[in-house]
Design a protein around this ligand. Structure first.
Ligand SMILES: [Zn+2]
Length: 271
């Protein structure tokens, strides 16, 4: 090998080792509730915390952080050439409001033991649907608002329901009349579709691939069933006030596996 070529290769290796952004595209910071999209060398091994991430054929991957992330958002890469890299994202601060909601059915705020057991069983089935890790790449296409209207509840707010402090609100509420159609914010596969859940009433989950799912609750009508493939913008049902709701609205939640994301930070304007 000509000497100059060897020197060039050594310099190139040194540059790629120190100039990491050239091999992996990632944001440098993330807000609580944020979805992180990245792209790296195809065939790499990528970890976010303890979870190994699926990669698309062209090296794209996704991860998310919850409302009150502890520690750091750390990605670890092992590239096909055997080299490794660690990237630490800055977690931006975020403050949440307190929301008081009154006029809810008391049985849904302070349920009796039998109802509490039913709620736990229902939530376990929803949690199971969120464990999917499909290699479909719908998630990378971006998200539209599933319905438009006044934002009547925001992500992360501390909730006081009928005067009782409860869990934070993990989603965004869009006030709209009962019967308003709900459009799939992005394509996916229906992973849950049931009516009559104690807290969430008519409930639909869409799996968008790579662990990212959308949840739509309090629905008055479901137009889809588990296993259906939906396109972006396809109507999946209608707004309602079923479950623990004080009036008709769409509650839209998004998850990365069991991590609660903020749809308002992810959604773009609809069609
Ligand atoms: Zn809500």
């Amino acid at each position: 090998m000509p000497k100059f070529l060897l020197i060039f290769m050594l310099v190139a290796t040194a540059i790629s080792a120190s100039d990491s952004p050239s091999r992996t595209q990632l944001p440098t910071s993330v807000e609580p509730g944020g979805l992180i999209l990245g792209q790296t060398v195809p065939g790499s091994t990528v970890y976010f915390g303890a979870r190994r991430l699926l990669l698309t054929a062209d090296g794209r991957f996704v991860a998310g952080v919850g409302p009150d992330p502890k520690g750091q958002a750390i990605f670890e890469f092992k590239y096909p050439d055997g080299s490794a890299e660690k990237r630490v994202l800055t977690l931006l601060p975020r403050e949440y409001a307190v929301e008081r909601v009154n006029g809810l059915p008391q049985q849904t705020v302070n349920p009796d033991p039998a109802t509490e057991a039913r709620i736990a069983a229902e939530q376990a089935r929803v949690a199971k649907a969120r464990e999917r890790n499909d290699d479909r790449s719908d998630v990378f296409g971006g998200f539209y608002w599933p319905a438009r209207g006044r934002i009547s509840g925001v992500y992360g707010s501390q909730r006081v329901l009928n005067g009782v402090p409860k869990n934070p609100h993990y989603g965004v509420d869009v006030a709209a009349p009962t019967g308003t159609p709900i459009a799939a914010p992005q394509a996916g596969v229906i992973s849950f579709a049931e009516t009559g859940l104690v807290l969430t009433g008519g409930t639909v989950l869409i799996d968008h691939g790579h662990g990212v799912s959308s949840a739509f609750i309090h629905m008055s009508r479901l137009d889809v069933a588990v296993g259906d493939r939906v396109a972006q913008g396809e109507i999946i049902g209608a707004v309602g006030a079923t479950g623990r709701a004080s009036g008709p609205h769409l509650h839209w939640g998004m998850n990365w596996f069991d991590v609660r994301l903020d749809p308002q930070k992810i959604a773009v304007t609809g069609p």
